[in-house]
Design a protein around this ligand. Structure first.
Ligand SMILES: [Zn+2]
Length: 388
């Protein structure tokens, strides 16, 4: 009789069971702020895996159905620092009637909805990994799941999270499109800029001479504004222009809004300043006014390459014969918000593709590797701290 190598947690990850679990989770309707059905599922599934659960009240800030979920598993050795895995429970729309289809080793939707691999694939992988750890009798420290709500519209659940409920200080978030093995060390700072441009409203046939088009002021301001890729670590965009009432009225006001992202807080502030200044100068020149409002979206993070979290993934990935690779992203994720709130974490790739579209998909290989890597991370974290 052959026995499996008990020290290799990933070997206990059951690919078929993980695939079934993902399909089951994908079919649960849970768009942003309406995650109750997902929470109900977890309230049943997590205690069976040895977790105790707590919800916070974050949803009361945005009229959601349910708060963020923090689930705690003691582990077999409480002397090990706890390790968390985080993902979001919500998906974008539409999801009603979601029917996953498997073709050539890749899971798609049937083309009439999104698939929700972002990020139900991570959720399925976390559950299967814990099942594998339990079944394999793999020794491990305390494990915490931090499962947020209302992530998709802009990390809202994480922003309102009650961080006193989380016991761990370090962890991982599988929520990026790179194949399993991708490690994201760095994320951007991001702020929005709102510019209310004021001219003077007038009717073209009655008092046109009093008119001062806010649109033309804004146009001049935008023409003199550097946008797009500002440098290798800074992006700027104007995404909203709102104004005007009637085709016969010279517009007296217009709202112009955009956002800046940068790995450097200093460059972020400089670019926001430049955008405000370009609009102010245009207003001054044309006899108008502008009110600028800045709104912080999230802070950046920058985890050093020699951090234990990074080494732990590199080792765990090699243990499952996956090649680790270090990257950075100008995309925002819960990772930004958790790091800002004292929970040091990295984003990891799980290989979903074309998210937020009807062409969303994930390969079974990436799905299974996400489960295997999660199990291997838990195992390696224990070994790294036991040996230390
Ligand atoms: Zn996501």
């Amino acid at each position: 009789m052959t026995t499996k190598h008990a020290s290799n947690a990933a070997e206990f990850v059951n690919a078929e069971r993980l695939q079934e679990l993902f399909l089951e989770l994908a079919k649960i309707n849970g768009p942003s702020t309406k995650e109750q059905l997902v929470a109900d599922y977890l309230v049943k599934a997590l205690p069976e895996l040895g977790f105790t659960l707590e919800f916070d009240e974050a949803h009361k800030n945005f009229d959601g159905e349910v708060g963020n979920l923090v689930a705690w598993h003691e582990g077999t050795d409480p002397s090990i620092p706890p390790l968390f895995f985080s993902t979001h429970m919500d998906t974008v729309l539409p999801t009603e009637g979601l029917k996953p289809v498997i073709k050539d080793g890749v899971i798609h939707s049937d083309g009439t909805t999104i698939l929700g691999a972002d990020d139900r694939a991570a959720l399925a992988a976390y559950l299967e990994a814990m099942r594998a750890i339990n079944e394999g009798g793999i020794p491990h420290g305390p494990i915490e799941f931090i499962l947020t709500v209302n992530e998709q519209p802009g990390l809202v659940g994480a922003s309102y999270m009650d961080y006193s409920k989380a016991k761990s200080k370090t962890g991982y978030i599988f929520d990026s499109s790179g194949d399993v093995g991708q490690i994201i060390l760095k994320g951007p700072y991001s702020s929005r800029i709102w510019m209310e441009v004021e001219g003077n409203a007038a009717h073209i046939a009655l008092n046109a001479e009093e008119g001062n088009s806010a649109f033309l002021i804004a146009a001049e301001g935008l023409t003199n504004m550097k946008l797009g890729t500002i440098d290798e670590e800074t992006l700027a965009n104007i995404g909203i222009i709102k104004g005007g009432e009637l085709t016969s009225i010279i517009p007296g006001s217009v709202t112009v809004a955009g956002e800046v992202r940068s790995f450097s807080k200093e460059k972020l502030d400089q670019q926001l300043e430049h955008m405000a200044e370009a609009m102010k100068q245009a207003a001054e020149k044309k006899g108008g006014k502008v009110h600028v409002k800045l709104e912080k979206k999230y802070s950046g993070f920058d985890i050093p390459e020699n951090d234990i979290l990074v080494r732990n993934v590199e080792e765990a990935a090699r243990n499952i014969h996956v090649k680790p690779y270090l990257t950075e992203t100008l995309g925002g994720a819960d990772t930004n918000v958790l790091n800002e709130n004292g929970l040091t974490c990295l984003t990891l790739g799980l290989g979903f593709q074309n998210i937020h579209s009807f062409r969303e998909c994930i390969s079974i290989e990436n799905l299974v590797n996400t489960g295997r890597l999660t199990a291997a991370l838990i195992e390696q974290w224990y070994k790294n701290h036991k040996e230390a």
